[in-house]
Every structure is written in structure tokens, then in C-alpha cells.
Write a protein that binds this ligand. Structure first.
Ligand code: NAD
Length: 264
């Protein structure tokens, strides 16, 4: 195969592509939106908080390509998952890339986890991604192409202490990814997940706020990483974009670690 100078640019060219990012007002989802927009995609960002969402859109829309919109939707409600897909089709006419990024985390010993807390974590992290896929699949099948990227976690590959509900949700999401990859492979639709380690985003900040020994905890957490630091949201976003791009055409059913070596 001969490589033209434009080879790399073409691999990450998202012109004409339509992407949905759930929970995209902050952190990993926000950085992913920034990269996809830079690659020429049109992006529907979704989240629960309209003010936060519109603020994110204003920040992202400042660039040369104002191709971003926000939709208020809670992915833990299946009716709202359907609304996200219907609204994307109404606004853009098709779907090429689905990024199930919305997620919540709470560290808690199992004796203290209420049914309400369990449902909140599992309904957001697993049920939301499942139903977004369910409603998106008919449109992806119609295109005979598409990329789904679920944002799982290192906690979707291994057990993390005091995180049983979160691990249940992310472990489910990782295996759901693999099952759906098999189901959709013959339609040209690829389904993968990323499994980030600790990343400096509002999710980590919120967790630190709940800890009385947060400085000590953060130091120990950082030192536990083989690379000696935590991750940055753009370092996960770039892997998501790779999995959404033509550069990963033969990758499906993968659980891609982005974790500074913590699960190695
Ligand atoms: P974040 O808190 O900035 O992003 C999560 C987003 O999801 C927020 O914008 C939040 O408002 C949104 N959200 C939560 N519940 C929602 C709901 N019901 N409907 C719609 N949106 C909802 O943190 P982040 O780190 O960028 O998290 C993104 C994803 O990465 C999550 O799925 C998280 O589990 C995963 N992850 C994060 C880390 C980390 O250390 N930060 C590690 C592994 C995996």
C-alpha cells in the first residue's frame, strides 16, 4: 500500500459524519466533542443540565466549524434515550457515531448501597448505553456502517475496592460492548469500548470532595499508576476518536485500556 502525504489526515477526517455524545458537557465527553468537531463532524451533545450544556456548546462553537447542538436528556430514562435518537434523525437525517459517555460514580461499601443508589448507577452507566444503542441500531443498519464507542472503565475489567455497584455497571457495559459487536459486525457497524483509569475530570473532583483524607488519597492514587500520574480527558478522547475513525476499521469488540498501565 502506498501512503500519500494526506493519509493520516484522511484517516481522521470526520467531514459529513454525525456523532452523538451523551453526558458531553464536561470531562471526557467534552474533549471528544472538541476533537470530532476539529475533524469536521457534526455533533449532538446531550446532558441533564441545560445551562451547563449550552455553556459547553458556546465554548465548542467558538471555532471555525459551528456544527454543534445540545439536547437536554437524562439517559437513565429509556424514553429520553429514544428522544436523543429521534432528535438526531430530525436534525441531521442520520447517525454515524454513537458515544455512550454519560456516567456516574460513587464509592460506597456494599452494606450502605441502597436500591436507589444502585439503580442510579446502573441505569445511567449501563441501561442508558443499552437503550441508546437499541434505538440507534436501526439507523446504523440502514447506513450499513457506524461506530459505537462505550465509555467503560478499568472498573469494567477488574474489581475496584468499595465500588461494587460501579464495577457491576461498567463490567456489564464491557461485555455488552462485545456482545453487540458480534451482533452488528456483519452490518459494517463496529462496537468498542474504552476503559480509562483515573482521569482528571469533574467525576474525580466530586469523588475527592467526599473524602476526608483527599490529599493523601490523591497522592496514593497517583503513585499507584505505573506512569506516575493520572490521565487527562483529551488522552481518552483521542482513543475514542481513533475507535470512531477509519484508522480502526478492523477493530470491533475491543475493550481498549487507557489507564497508564494500571491494569497491566
Ligand atoms: P464527568 O462527570 O465530567 O462526565 C460525566 C458526564 O455524564 C457529566 O457531564 C454528567 O452530567 C453526565 N451524566 C451523568 N448522569 C447522566 C444522565 N443520567 N444523563 C445524561 N448525562 C449524565 O466525568 P468524566 O470522567 O468525563 O466521565 C465520563 C465517562 O468516563 C463516565 O462514563 C465515567 O464513568 C467514565 N470514566 C471516568 C473515569 C475518571 O476517572 N474520570 C475513569 C473511568 C471511566
Amino acid at each position: 500500500m502506498s501512503l500519500e502525504p494526506s493519509f493520516f489526515k484522511n484517516q481522521f477526517d470526520f467531514s459529513g459524519k454525525v456523532a452523538i455524545i451523551t453526558g458531553g458537557s464536561s470531562g471526557i465527553g467534552f474533549e471528544t466533542a472538541r476533537m470530532l468537531l476539529a475533524g469536521g463532524a457534526r455533533v449532538l451533545l446531550t446532558g441533564r443540565d441545560e445551562i451547563k450544556g449550552e455553556k459547553a456548546v458556546r465554548k465548542l462553537g467558538k471555532g471555525p466549524c459551528q456544527k454543534i447542538n445540545f439536547l437536554k436528556a437524562d439517559v437513565s430514562k429509556t424514553g429520553q434515550c429514544k428522544k436523543i435518537i429521534c432528535s438526531t434523525i430530525e436534525q441531521y437525517g442520520k447517525i454515524d457515531i454513537v458515544i455512550n459517555n454519560a456516567g456516574v460514580f460513587k464509592a460506597n461499601p456494599i452494606e450502605n448501597v441502597t436500591e436507589k443508589e444502585f439503580d442510579w448507577i446502573v441505569d445511567t452507566n449501563l441501561k442508558g448505553a443499552f437503550f441508546i444503542c437499541k434505538y440507534a441500531v436501526p439507523y446504523l443498519k440502514k447506513n450499513k456502517a457506524g461506530a459505537v464507542i462505550n465509555v467503560s472503565s478499568d472498573a469494567g475489567l477488574q474489581g475496584n475496592n468499595l465500588s461494587s455497584a460501579y464495577c457491576a455497571s461498567k463490567g456489564g457495559l464491557t461485555i455488552f460492548t462485545k456482545a453487540l459487536a458480534l451482533e452488528l459486525a456483519s452490518y459494517g457497524i463496529r462496537v468498542n469500548c474504552v476503559c480509562p483509569g483515573d482521569i482528571a475530570t469533574p467525576m474525580l473532583d466530586n469523588d475527592l470532595e467526599t473524602r476526608s483524607d483527599s490529599k493523601k488519597y490523591l497522592k496514593a492514587l497517583t503513585e499507584s499508576y505505573p506512569v506516575g500520574r493520572l490521565g487527562r480527558p483529551e488522552e481518552v478522547a483521542s482513543v475514542i476518536c481513533f475507535l470512531a475513525s477509519g484508522a480502526s476499521g478492523f477493530v470491533t469488540g475491543a475493550a481498549w485500556s487507557v489507564d497508564g498501565g494500571i491494569t497491566a
